[in-house]
Write a protein that binds this ligand. Structure first.
Ligand SMILES: Nc1ncnc2c1ncn2[C@@H]1O[C@H](COP(=O)(O)OP(=O)(O)OP(=O)(O)O)[C@@H](O)[C@H]1O
Length: 467
């Protein structure tokens, strides 16, 4: 009986329940096929079924904030449209308890010819709020939207930022039971976005459930309790937001063709090295296939005497990882195979932010470590590079370079100008955009837990004096 009571309580706390939802579109190669199919007396099929959603189930509790994530075309918008009732599923059931406010496509539900004020009343009536109640809310809506005199202009004259300000203000001030926020907020400026997140937090504390679709994994981590990861219409993961984000970054970023060739030789390879003062350090190469990236397309690769054979990224526990908290250490493993003899090998990494700005680049020469003096054709050279990722939250890509330098130049590396060193270096391989990883913000509350502001943490110190 106790179990029954618990179940009932769980059910009464559920705001949205999605059970085995599928959405199938019929795809016809030619428009005429549709006609042929409808007129065919033998019910012959002229289409292919395309599953935009395939058997998706999950539920959202009252006051819970849930993220829906996935690459482009994975089915996120289709799912939101089914929850809001804009689309009907092909199969499965949707249970929604309470009033939904949805900020889906910008301007949906707004009449472009109406002024901002007129649209506020229109939205109110769509959401079932009467004119009198809406009138009381107007000062608060205007205050939140903060678009000044534009509120008396037809909304067709609004910028996308103004639009989203008004839309968000209207949908949240009537305190919905379920608030759905698509990428729409992305067009607002940072101050407005902060205001929106504060408002969502307030609503959530008052039992509004929030469904958020965004490509910003920081927002998912920061604001969602749980997240659903979709891939080609199927649920790939449903659970804690942190874990969902980790899985998201492994999508397309993991070497699923690992079995098909690029196996890691656990014994390492040093049989073809000539001896010198360098004493070999055996790298503890990762054994988990998930650590490895699929190597990029040919267009990103320049092979000039060597090929890149594998690349992996792990956290400091040597576990595969694509998500790091600011300041955590990332361990990059990479291997090149020589297709010609070479002198002293040099390997290095370049990290780029989402605006393609080089944030950090460093090679083995700059670390001033010993290296083999000569490597023969067929040898495999491995690097393990640890980087303290004290960089701004966001998504990053990285590229790899492999080059060689003559032994005598290498031995004088600390006496020579770096231009001399560069001139004596021969590039063997460059692999652009090998993969991506993600840096998440520290979620601490105190200032000392926020390590720095800006793009990167720079080594430094501070003292204070006062007289
Ligand atoms: N009316 C339709 N007819 C056929 N296919 C459709 C239709 N609407 C959507 N699709 C397909 O369904 C899949 C899921 O689309 P959906 O818009 O839900 O993806 P999404 O995850 O929201 O993508 P994005 O991140 O790019 O917004 C896509 O492959 C899309 O092309």
């Amino acid at each position: 009986m106790l179990l029954g009571t618990v179940c009932e309580e769980i059910m009464t706390n559920i705001a949205v329940k999605i059970e085995n939802i599928s959405k199938v579109y019929k795809l016809y190669n030619r428009p005429i096929d549709r006609l042929k199919e409808s007129l065919n007396p033998f019910s012959l099929k002229y289409h292919q079924d395309f599953f935009a959603l395939n058997n998706v189930s999950f539920d959202i509790q009252k006051g819970e904030s849930v993220g829906i994530i996935g690459k482009n075309g994975s089915g996120k918008s289709t799912l939101l449209k089914i929850i809001t009732g804009v689309l009907t599923p092909t199969s499965g059931t949707v249970t929604v308890k309470g009033r939904i406010a949805a900020l889906l496509e910008l301007g949906a539900g707004f009449n472009p010819e109406y002024t901002g004020i007129e649209n506020i009343y229109l939205q109110g009536s769509i959401m079932g709020v009467d004119r009198l109640e809406m009138e009381e809310k107007i000062p608060e809506i205007l205050d939140f939207a903060d678009i000044g005199e534009f509120i008396h202009q037809p909304v067709k004259n609004y910028s996308s930022g103004m639009f989203v300000r008004l839309a968000f203000a209207v949908s949240t001030i009537v305190e919905p039971d379920i608030l759905i926020v698509d990428e729409a907020l992305a067009v607002g400026d940072v101050f407005f976005r902060q205001k929106c997140f504060d408002r969502m937090e307030y609503l959530r504390r008052n039992d509004t459930s929030i469904i958020m679709v965004t490509h910003s994994m920081n927002e998912i981590r920061q604001y969602c309790n749980r997240a659903l990861l979709l891939n080609q219409g199927r649920t790939l993961f449903w659970g804690s937001a942190d874990e969902a984000v980790q899985h998201y970054f492994f999508l397309d970023n993991t070497m699923d063709n690992f079995k098909n060739g690029l196996k890691v030789d656990e014994k390492g390879n040093n049989g073809r090295l000539e001896n010198n003062s360098w004493s070999r350090t055996k790298i503890d190469w990762p054994s988990n296939p998930n650590a490895f990236y699929a190597l990029p397309r040919e267009s990103e690769v320049i092979n000039n005497g060597a090929i890149c054979t594998s690349v992996a990224l792990c956290n400091s526990n040597r576990e595969p990882s694509r998500m790091f908290v600011q300041g955590e250490t990332g361990i990059f493993y990479y291997e090149f195979e020589l297709s010609q003899d070479a002198d002293v090998p040099i390997g290095g990494i370049l990290l780029f932010n989402d605006k393609n700005i080089l944030i950090h680049g460093k090679n083995s020469l700059q670390y001033d470590i010993e290296a083999p003096e000569r490597i023969r054709k067929g040898a495999k050279v491995r690097f393990k590079q640890e980087i303290t990722l004290a960089i701004a939250p966001g998504e990053y890509t990285f590229s790899l370079g492999f080059s060689t330098i003559a032994k005598d130049v290498f031995l004088r590396r600390n006496e020579l100008h770096y231009i001399m060193l560069d001139e004596n270096r021969t590039n063997l391989c460059y692999v652009g955009k090998v993969g991506s990883f993600f840096i998440s913000a520290c979620l601490g509350n105190s200032i000392t837990e926020i390590p720095f502001h800006g793009l990167a943490d720079l080594p430094g110190d501070i003292v204070i004096d006062a007289k």
